[in-house]
Design a protein around this ligand. Structure first.
Ligand SMILES: [Ca+2]
Length: 305
């Protein structure tokens, strides 16, 4: 499929789906009560932590967990071409937000709330990649840290001690949480609605964070609710498929990676290794990106958050 920066998603997600939702849909009045799901399944791969790491609250009031250094197999040979080849990736330790960035947090730091589906404890939607990295920088500044993104070029300084978007590899590592199955809850798509807000159960809207069971490392809504911006440019295949340490994706590109599926897509797009790409800027008044959110990461060898 040829990538087009004018599409809602560069691949896989029908643009008409979300646009149609904008025209005839609307926020569901009220949200479902919290779901009493089962405790998260234990990771199935060797070396994975059996207990979720303890959250730490940052100076700006965001909960993060510190993920240990580790390695995992990124991608899936059983899935789509852009998820191949599976390849071993090693990652340095990093901290990651427990939830998608909420509207309360975004508005408090940025002084505005671009969301279509409003609610303080809902994830902020209608955020471009540029909006997301500007929030990262603001959060860094508010906490006395060095911003990762150059204000002019938006190039990421991975050595800075502030916040940034996860690399695609970091996102998948965090999402899998030691599992090797298609989702962090197993291989059965029939269980997806119990663990994620997807097209089949979201009623055309986002939902407050933390309403579904977390993954084994205590992260909420990695599957579904909003698709999440990553730092990497999107490429239609993993470039070399070689083993890699802290990979950062292509050096340049037209689209940025989004991961995890959303309220407007089915279970398949929410798989741990499923990849999508999107133009980082708003290009169409209809496609307002109400499917996109994000969460932040930070170097773990920087001072504790
Ligand atoms: Ca998500």
């Amino acid at each position: 499929m040829n990538a087009s920066p004018n599409m809602m998603f560069v691949k896989h997600v029908p643009a008409t789906l979300v646009c149609f939702g904008l025209l005839v849909g609307g926020c569901a009045p009220g949200d479902r009560p919290p779901t009493d799901g089962p405790p998260p399944q234990g990771p199935s791969s060797a070396g994975a932590s059996q207990t979720a790491p303890q959250p730490i609250t940052t100076k700006t009031g965001v909960e993060m967990v510190l993920l240990p250094a580790g390695e995992f197999v990124m991608g899936d040979d059983r899935a789509e071409d852009d998820e191949k080849p599976p390849h071993r990736v090693r990652l340095s330790p990093f901290s990651i937000d427990v939830t998608e960035v909420t509207q309360e947090s975004f508005e408090r730091l940025m002084g505005r709330n671009p969301s279509r589906f409003t609610g303080a404890d809902r994830p902020v939607d209608q955020v471009s990649w540029h909006d997301a990295v500007q929030y990262c920088n603001m959060r860094s500044l508010r906490e006395g840290l060095s911003p990762c993104y150059d204000p002019a070029t938006l190039e990421c300084d991975f050595d800075a001690d502030g916040y940034r978007l996860p690399t695609e590899a970091e996102w998948e590592y965090a999402c899998r949480a030691g599992t090797t199955t298609s989702w962090s809850f197993g291989d059965d798509p029939g269980r997806a609605a119990r663990h994620a807000w997807l097209k089949e159960n979201a009623n055309g809207t986002t939902h407050p964070v933390r309403r579904k069971p977390p993954n084994p490392w205590g992260l909420y809504d990695v599957h579904g609710n909003l698709a999440e911006w990553c730092n990497d440019y999107y490429a239609e295949t993993y470039e070399s498929g070689d083993e890699a340490t802290d990979p950062r994706g292509p050096a340049e590109g037209d689209a940025r990676v989004v991961r995890g599926g959303c309220w407007a897509t089915g279970a398949d797009r929410s798989r741990s290794s499923a990849r999508d790409g999107e133009s980082p800027a708003f290009v169409d008044v209809c496609f307002r990106r109400d499917a996109y959110g994000f969460r932040c990461v930070r170097r773990a060898d920087a001072d504790a958050p």
